[in-house]
Design a protein around this ligand. Structure first.
Ligand code: FES
Ligand SMILES: [Fe+2]
Length: 371
């Protein structure tokens, strides 16, 4: 597997495409059955795959100190991740061992996780520490057998990966570069329900073939029509969308060229996560299926450089522009495709040579579900 292009190689590839009015193209055309977007059994299989795949859960930066925790559903299961007193991140099913209450809610920082129902209390290592009136009420309770159910968590490249079933094979992460830098800070997070199958939502980020028609006044004036660099690494991909201002880098010595600020980088981490690095902010977006025709888009917003006032102001301004313009245009496309899924116009959707990152997704998804 080839490594991703460095910044110098990337600029050379982009300049060549700009001169030739060309773009990266894939080798094959892919036909994805429409049934795969509609079938509840297929969704169940995809959710099971997400549970056994190391899947980015949140940025490492969203757990900045011992006691930081984040709770949400992942692949249909309530999960809490917490940074322990020892600095290590652990993940658990977010379910009390007394009568199954959800333990943690949202995000916060705590010394222990206390159940809101009857007060059973767990350490950040998942151990059951305290049961109110335990000796009288539960005289034979073996606390050591009533810790939280732990699942596998691993930090790599600025992301916390969770594997709910089994553990990630040791070499799984070798393919994945550092995507979020140590100087980036989380400044906001949120969830938005989207009325579309998770794969339709994901596909919208993975090609630049739609820029001219979908984004004529928002993104096209700053970017190019159908000019992308598409690279794959393992089951993952990176799609690069250059801005026109990248021309300025022609005057910079090749070894000194840095593309940050001159391109949008869309990393797709298999199966359902993207990290999108824009001019002045980065969005980690997890597409959590909530049904065949709905998904929750969990977003973590990060500055690109540090946590100073300037970095934060630039990130917020950048985010406001994108979310009020292009992102709404994409959302309109995605939700309209979903409404058309009930029609029988298509047995399959056809992904062409400009849409090779999507072909890579479907190929790997099909292979993983068969395997
Ligand atoms: S359900 Fe958690 S303490 Fe009772
Ligand atoms: Fe778009």
């Amino acid at each position: 597997m080839a490594a991703l292009l460095n910044d110098h190689e990337l600029t050379e590839r982009i300049f060549a495409h700009a001169a030739n009015r060309s773009t990266d193209v894939g080798a094959e055309i892919w036909r994805e059955p429409v049934a795969n977007y509609r079938d509840p059994a297929r969704l169940e299989a995809e959710l099971a795959l997400m549970r056994r795949t190391p899947t980015p859960f949140c940025p490492s930066a969203s757990l900045p100190e011992p006691g930081s925790y984040i709770a949400r559903e992942a692949a249909g299961v309530p999960i809490v991740v917490a940074r322990g007193e020892d600095g290590a991140v652990r993940a658990f099913q977010n379910v009390c061992r007394h009568r199954g209450m959800r333990l943690a809610d949202g995000a916060g920082c705590a010394k222990a996780l206390v159940c809101a129902y009857h007060g059973w209390t767990y350490g950040l290592d998942g151990a059951l520490r305290f049961v109110p009136h335990g000796e009288a009420g539960f005289p034979d309770l073996d606390k050591s057998k009533h810790g939280l159910k732990q699942v596998h968590a691993f930090e790599h490249g600025g992301l916390v990966f969770v594997t709910q079933e089994g553990a990630a094979p040791g070499n799984y992460f070798a393919d994945i570069p550092a995507i979020i830098g140590a100087d980036q800070r989380v400044y906001s997070s949120g969830v938005r329900e989207t009325p579309a199958n998770w794969k339709i939502a994901l596909e919208g980020f993975l090609e630049g073939y739609h820029i001219r028609t979908t984004h004529p006044e928002s993104f096209l004036p700053y970017g190019f029509d159908n000019l992308n660099v598409v690279e794959t690494f393992g089951r993952h991909a990176r799609v690069v969308f250059p801005f026109k201002r990248i021309e300025k880098l022609r005057d910079v010595a090749p070894a000194q060229r840095e593309v940050s600020g001159y391109v949008t980088l869309v990393y797709h981490i298999f199966p359902n996560v993207q990290v999108i690095r824009l001019s002045s902010h980065t969005v980690m977006l997890v597409l959590e299926p909530t049904g065949v025709g709905t998904n929750n888009q969990v977003a973590y917003l990060l500055t690109n450089r540090g946590c100073g006032d300037d970095a934060l102001a630039a990130a917020k301004k950048d985010m406001a522009f994108v979310s009020q313009t292009g992102a709404e245009e994409d959302r309109a496309m995605v939700t309209a495709i979903q409404r058309g899924l009930s029609a029988d116009a298509n047995d399959a959707f056809t992904f062409g040579r400009f849409e090779s990152a999507i072909v890579h997704l479907h190929k790997n998804l099909a292979a993983a579900l068969e395997g």
